[in-house]
Design a protein around this ligand. Structure first.
Ligand code: FES
Length: 103
């Protein structure tokens, strides 16, 4: 599924980038700009960021569910990750006008 229409980035590519970043440091806070920088892309309209945030939350939760870290550490880290919804908006609000969609 295509998440970023401006840069033609699929959900799968974003998932792989998140896992690569978590393999480097499982406790870093991953934000959309960090993913795009890692992929050598730039957010243009940034309307995809709420969907990218939801992907970050899902992949990070699954990643830590498989890890052997203590539950307390995981819960506080995931609270920070879920806080990205406040910063970047939720999936229900794309952050761009409906007439600005590329597809
Ligand atoms: S849709 Fe991703 S930057 Fe515009």
């Amino acid at each position: 599924m295509l998440i970023c229409h401006c840069n033609i980035i699929t959900e799968r590519e974003i998932e792989q980038t998140i896992i690569g970043l978590l393999d480097q440091d499982p406790w870093q806070l991953i934000v959309p700009a960090k993913i795009y920088h890692s992929m050598q892309k730039r957010g243009r309209c940034c309307g995809c960021f709420p969907n990218v945030v939801e992907t970050i939350i899902r992949v990070t939760e699954n990643y830590h569910a498989r890890s052997e870290a203590s539950g307390v550490d995981v819960v506080s880290h995931l609270d920070r990750v879920r806080g990205l919804r406040i910063q970047y908006g939720s999936r229900t609000h794309e952050g761009r006008k409906s007439d600005h969609r590329a597809a």
